[in-house]
Design a protein around this ligand. Sequence first.
Ligand code: G3P
Ligand code: MG
Length: 252
Amino acid sequence: MSPSLAQLYAENRLLVFGHRGAKDDAPMNTLPAFELALQQGADGVELDVQLTKDGYPVIVHDFTIDHTTNGSGQVADKTLAELRELDAGSWFGEAFRGTRIPTLDEVFEAVGQHLIINVEIKSKSLKSTGCEQVVANRIAQFSLQSRVLVSSFDPLALRRFCRIMPEVPIGFLYAETSPRWLSILMLGFKYEARHPHYSMVDADFMTNAKTHGYHVHTWTVNDIEEARKMRDLGVEILITDRPGVIRQALYG
Ligand code: G3P
Ligand code: MG
């Protein structure tokens, strides 16, 4: 098994995570994209999870399947069996024809022992779909507590997840465009990592985060000079669509 997240932090270097896998080189959020990120030398991957109509955790970014499959409609209105019928690869390239939407279980099975996995819980309302409980169940089933972190733009999803599985680190996602009230919902909640959009990260941001004891993980950095800047500022995880290129630029 590769190092745990705690062991990787202890290496004191900028860790490179593939955004939705190796998103530039394979269809996002599919097994080929995650396996390619591993081959490209990523330390981890970020993925987006939501529940099917029948309660299975599937890896899809948008709330609809229109842009990344040959189907259409809302993920939450489809059963797993219906989603499995779809081609989630040929929109990206002929070589990926027949690629399926993966479940969280399949990703854990394929790369969970080799990569750290940042599970981003997608949420479109402040009401729970039950996704937090399902994600926690799968993490426990695969004994991946030391190899995952859970992030979301939704503070209530993070609070719910933390109540279920407090030993897994939490990352709060935000951008300059995020509504202020979302940050207010995080007040008084002790969590481990800030996940700002990279445009928000500068020396003052880092000083503030470090003073308050937060890890800083940023997204989505595809430019080599920007990646070096994040490294020099002391960011700990960089989420990128090009893990191979960024890793090569940082570490040769
Ligand atoms: O977790 C970082 C990033 O994935 C957040 O935005 O829309 O790409 O899921 P999005
Ligand atoms: Mg995401």
